[in-house]
Structures are given as C-alpha cells and as structure tokens.
Ligand binder design. Structure first.
Ligand SMILES: *Cc1c(COP(=O)(O)O)cnc(C)c1O
Length: 489
C-alpha cells in the first residue's frame, strides 16, 4: 500500500510506505497522507471476520494498510496491544475480552440505539484505542532503525495522558508533555503526573493551553534543534492513529448485525474529525454504513459545514470552553482527509482551498454564485450528516440516559447521544461511540445528577499518589534547555 499527500498535484508523484510515514506528521507540502487507493473488503471476508477476536480483526484490517510490516510482526504487535488487561476499565457488567463491548440501550418501534464502549483503556478515553498501538509501532520501528525519538506535545487533558500511557517504558522514546499549570482537573493532573516512568517528563507551564501550544510550535520551528534533539509528535493527523480507529467501526458493525445485508449508522462526538474520519474510511472500504453522524458541541465548525457547505475556521479566541472540552476546537485538523475524497481526490483543489483557509479563513462549496465549488451537493453520497449539542443538552441527556437506561455517560458521549436521537431510522441500528468515561468529567456529572460518577477499580485514590513534574515559565528557550539536558543529545 502506498500513500500520498492530499495536496499532491500528481497521483504519480512521490509515494511513501506505511513505515515511511509512521513517525511523521504533515507531508512536506503541508497536506495529510492518504492511501493511494482504498483496500476493499469482500462479502466473504466480512462474514469470516464475524468470528474473530478484536486483535485478529485488527490484524486483518491493518495488514491491508501496513503492507511493509511482515505479517508475523504485525500479528504480534496487535496481540500485544489489544488485551483485556489493557482495556480492563469497561463497566463492571461489560466484557473486557471484547475490548470494545457494544451495549444495547433501546430497541423500540424498529429503532435500535446502542453504545460502543471505546473507553476501557488506561486513560478512560477512546484515544487509547489508537495510541496504545502507536506506542508499540513506534517502538518497533525505532528499534529497527536503531533510532530514538523525543515526543514533544501540548495537552489540556486527553491527548497528553493517552500519549504518556502509550509511550511509558518504551525503548528509544521519551515524552516531553507541556500542560497549563493548575488548569487541568485534579483527576487528569493525577493521571499524568503520577506516572513513575523515567522516560516521561511532565512540564507544567505557567500559562494557558495556547501558551503550551505556542511553545511546541516555536521549538518545532527551530529546525536545527528539532533534528539534533530528534523531536517528533503524536498528533491526531498521524495516519497510523486514524487507521487503528477503523477497526472498531468494523467491530461495532459486526456486533450489531447478523448478516452483511444489514446496515448500521454511527454517531461520533467530534472535534478534530480524526475519529469519524476512520468511519469514513471504513465505509469507503465497503463496510455497510448508512449514515455517519457528526456531533459537535457549541464549537460547531463541522456542523456548519455539513449544513451549509461553508467551512469556516475560528480564531482561538473565538473557541468556547465547554463542558465537553475535548471537542473544543476551532479547526478540524483531519477534515482535509474527507475534503480530499469529496473533491474527487484532486490534490490541486485541496491545496487551493486549504490555502484559502490559511489566508482567508474559510471556503464555500455550496455552489452558490461566487462560491469556491458545488461539491457540497455530493456530501450525501458519503453518508455524512450532523448536529450540535449545548451544555444544557448535555445535562438533559446525562439525566435521561441515567433514568431510561440506568448508566452514567460522559459529557462528550452525551453530545453524541443527543444528536444520534435526531437521526435514528427504523431498521438501521444507530451506534453512538462512547469516547470517554464519566469519571473523567465528574464536575458536570455532579451538576446533572447531584452525585459522583463511579470510578473504575484502581482509580479511587489516584489524586493521592506521588506526582512527578516540573513547573516552568512559558519561555521556549527554557523548555529547550530542559529538553536538551534530559536527552543528553
Ligand atoms: C479527542 C476526543 C474527542 C474528539 O475526537 P476527534 O477525533 O478529535 O474528532 C471526543 N471525545 C473525547 C472524550 C476525546 O478525547
């Protein structure tokens, strides 16, 4: 399988393999890597896959994309990653051996509503599903190259902790994670800062999340420092993260159906469009998906596009801080991957339109006079629809789900359930992806229910564990010194 950039002007242009793009972020031309063609899944394969464990299913799907990893190595990597021990934090009545158990909420008037649990991993959010595999893939590739990598990132919560738990103890890898000092919840802070592994460095910056992100940019823009210190990232545009997420769309489908003539729809609480982009890829591979429902919170860049054809990014000052904070984005970094398919895989158009995002802040595909194109009319061919949810909707939905189905869901999943209920169709099961467990966002659970969310076993006293971190001023020079001192490079 070969990969090319969404902005490549020529399909015969420079192609890369899976391992060649594994450790990279953006393509050199500023685009995102995509497979040159989508591998197709046959009806016979889909039937055979009904019997597979999660790890074996992951192997079957990933081998179509990671064709330069020997099959025995790939099999070992997925079996090491997708174990019931690593994904043990599912609800007590769910089966950890399934890795991503499907929970039926309701079957009524021919309509089925179900929850796909993706948050049983070490940090209680769906990012572990891909990040745990990435940790093993990175270690594999760095060992093969006799190389090392120093991952630099900024986090306000979920991504940083998922990266640290994936990379802890891995050979050849160090993680330097910047977070705004005193601004994360006590639970999230404890999760990250209590890690004892010597290859994990928590840097609490006296500032806000944007300061942390600016420092990462400043350090990465110092190209000689970046190459000398072997600086890399694990952000959501990484192709391996996207492709690892394709697996659970197949898994959810296979659990919800008993033959391949049936269709299902998925609703995905979305921010950077990474999760639902994997659903799009699964559908392009031939998974029988009726609708892909994008659920946003008050930060509705994506909902606006799927209703109007106008993609208009926001400034960071216009980004609202909401009670589903992992969806508080102003620009959906993986959206370019879907736009590439919508625009008929025309790299020159993608380059032009996303160039306009940089200069003008928006593009318009509505087909109206003076717009930039009319491809919005084709969105329905890809199954995409959308909806949005507010703080009040989250509170109402958390209460409703507790009363009607007896379980407590987190704020992001609540955005998903709210929007999913607006798009249900008879005969087509609607699967909502559960992107985090309620324990991570307990403040809003208290506001909705007047009581605390249950914590999985082992997390009861996490705030009392000893913490390891340094506090630093928001100065990229100081951070560079700290990194250099600890890499010895
Ligand atoms: C990251 C995250 C999301 C958004 O996922 P994207 O891939 O960025 O669209 C939603 N919910 C939770 C809990 C997350 O951590």
């Amino acid at each position: 399988m070969e990969y090319l950039s969404t902005r490549a002007s020529d399909k015969k242009g420079e192609k890369r393999s899976f391992l060649q793009i594994l450790l990279e972020g953006l393509a050199p031309d500023g685009g995102l890597y995509m497979p040159a063609v989508y591998p197709k899944v046959t009806d016979a394969e889909l039937t055979a896959w009904r019997r597979l464990s999660y790890a074996d299913l992951a192997f079957e799907i990933l081998r179509k994309f990671a064709t330069d990893i020997p099959e025995s190595d790939l099999r070992e990597l997925v079996h090491k990653t997708y174990t019931p021990e690593i994904y043990r934090n599912v609800r007590p009545d769910e089966d950890a051996a399934k890795i991503t158990p499907l929970r039926l909420l309701e079957r009524k008037d021919g309509k089925t509503l179900a929850l796909l649990s993706l948050s049983g991993g070490p940090t209680l959010a769906f990012k572990d599903m891909a990040m745990q595999l990435l940790g093993n893939l990175f270690e594999y590739e760095l060992t093969r190259q006799h190389a090392e990598l120093n991952i630099l990132g900024a986090t306000s919560g979920d991504t940083g902790s998922a990266a640290e738990y994936a990379m802890r103890g891995k050979k050849g890898i160090r993680v330097f994670m910047l977070s705004p000092f005193g601004k994360m919840s006590a639970f999230q802070t404890a999760q990250m800062f209590s890690l004892p592994d010597p290859n994990i460095f928590n840097i609490a910056v006296r500032g806000v999340f944007d300061d942390c992100q600016d420092i990462v940019k400043a350090v990465s823009n110092d190209l000689s420092f970046k190459s000398r210190q072997k600086i890399g990232t694990v952000n959501s545009i990484n192709w391996a993260r996207v492709v690892a997420q394709v697996v659970y769309y197949f898994r959810g489908y296979l659990e919800a159906t008993d033959n391949n003539s049936q269709k299902v729809s998925f609703t995905v609480p979305s921010g950077n469009f990474g999760n639902i982009c994997a659903g799009h890829i699964a559908r392009m591979m031939g998974l029988p998906v009726a609708k892909l429902v994008v659920a946003t919170n008050e930060n509705d860049v994506l909902d606006e596009f799927f209703h109007t054809g106008v993609y208009r990014v926001r400034k960071s000052a216009e980004t609202l801080h909401t009670s589903s904070p992992s969806m508080d984005i102003s620009k959906a970094s993986n959206f370019e991957r879907f736009a590439y398919d919508l625009l008929g895989q025309d790299g020159a158009r993608v380059k032009d339109l996303f160039g306009r995002i940089e200069t003008r802040g928006w593009f318009d595909l509505s087909g109206k006079p003076e717009s930039d194109g009319d491809e919005f009319g084709k969105v329905q061919n890809f199954g995409f629809v959308s909806g949005k949810s507010t703080h009040q909707d989250r509170l109402n939905t958390i209460r409703f789900v507790k009363e009607a189905y007896g379980i407590v869901i987190d704020t992001h999943t609540a955005d998903g359930v709210k929007v999913a209920r607006e798009h249900q169709e008879p005969g087509i099961p609607m699967i909502v992806l559960e992107t985090a467990l309620a324990a991570k966002f307990n403040e809003t659970i208290r506001e909705a229910l007047g009581s605390d969310a249950a914590r999985p076993a082992g997390f009861e006293d996490i705030e009392k564990l000893p913490q390891r971190y340094v506090v630093m001023p928001p100065e990229s020079g100081d951070i560079k010194h700290y990194i250099a001192d600890h890499t010895g490079l």
